[in-house]
Design a binder for this molecule. Structure first.
Ligand code: MTE
Length: 320
């Protein structure tokens, strides 16, 4: 069995192999051949991962013919300013984040406000694995098999009131666990927001894992949002609160510089960020590194067929 060979390093294994290997572990563990308790140890030891396995059913509707970015790149090249501003800071420092116990409060303009324990949230709806492209406003992108379920499943439980128009996401900001929060890069806590119809769009994923494992801390454990047709900063990590409102929420990056970061932030190759062109992107983890051919960025990051109708008639240069 390749999994027991300690000489195999994660970087020697192609992403597809890793992916398949993990699937194999899940299958074997689920069949009870060597017991579920053993599976997390196997995974950690063989792949340098730090998390528990998640059982998710692949949903291939959104990610056909697209190769996933290597696990190592996805988990070591991160933006998570609560742990520092360098791409390597989150994987270096996020070990201090305590992810149990953890609760997420859903409040505001809803009929049934509630606080969910993370372990109940995990079981609220069937877990799916969806391969999504994530495009960062800085010009890089990656492709990740994310594990979660549509955020709408949670929002429907709390029954949004007719007056609710927006959804605000608030991340944890605890300076004891998060060294970056001791500095003042942005106004903590990290806040993001969506229009209610965007939040209810089936594509918006309440995300608990990637590559079949619980989210590594640097990727936003234990729960985050993933909105694949918007720039990566809309996908708030390590969230503790979801609030439904009738006013457009103030978001961290828009408050930081409203000329650079709009509320909508749909991926749009025709509207450049003041400092970065948005016409092309570089896929991280490509073995050719900086010589890798640039990829043309697609409108709505390629998800137009699912989301474009939400913006019919809107001037997307004005509502960037
Ligand atoms: N969420 C929080 N709480 N803090 C952050 O700094 N960075 C955002 C987003 N969510 C960020 C966050 C940005 S800029 C990007 S590109 C994505 O997370 C990166 O997600 P990844 O590290 O899983 O690729």
């Amino acid at each position: 069995m390749i999994f027991t060979d300690k000489n195999i390093s994660p970087k020697d294994i192609t992403p597809k192999n890793v992916f398949e290997a993990r699937r194999e572990i899940i299958k074997v563990a689920a069949a009870g051949s060597f017991g579920l308790a053993f599976a997390p140890w196997f995974s950690r030891d063989a792949f340098g991962a730090s998390t528990q396995l998640l059982s998710a059913t692949p949903n291939s509707s959104y990610g056909k013919n697209i190769e996933s970015t290597p696990y190592k790149s996805v988990t070591t090249y991160n933006n998570f300013y609560e742990f520092g501003t360098d791409k390597s800071d989150p994987s270096t420092y996020a070990g201090s984040l305590v992810t149990r116990p953890w609760t997420v409060t859903v409040e505001g303009l809803v009929k049934k406000p509630a606080t969910f324990d993370i372990d109940d949230l995990l079981k609220l709806a069937p877990m799916e694995e969806r391969i999504y492209r994530l495009r960062c406003v800085e010009g890089w992108s990656m492709v990740v098999p994310w594990d979660g379920y549509s955020l709408s499943k949670l929002l429907n439980k709390v029954e949004p009131l007719g007056s609710a128009k927006f959804v605000e996401f608030i991340s944890l900001a605890d300076s004891k666990q998060m060294p970056g929060v001791r500095g003042s890069v942005i106004d903590w806590p990290y806040r993001e927001g969506l229009r209610l119809d965007e939040a209810m769009n089936p594509l918006t994923l309440l995300t608990f894992g990637l590559y079949g494992e619980a989210l590594p801390k640097q990727n936003g454990a234990p729960v985050r949002i993933v909105v694949p047709w918007k720039y990566g900063f809309k996908s708030a990590k390590s969230i503790v609160k979801i609030r439904l409102t009738d006013q457009m929420p103030k978001t961290s990056w828009n408050t930081f510089d409203s000329h650079e970061y709009g509320f909508y932030s749909n991926v749009n190759p025709l509207v450049d960020h003041p400092r970065w062109s948005q016409a092309t992107e570089r896929r991280i983890g490509d073995p050719k590194g900086i010589f890798a051919p640039k990829i043309k960025t697609e409108m709505f990051n390629g998800y137009g067929e699912y989301v474009a109708s939400m913006y019919a008639g809107m001037d997307l240069k004005k509502y960037y």
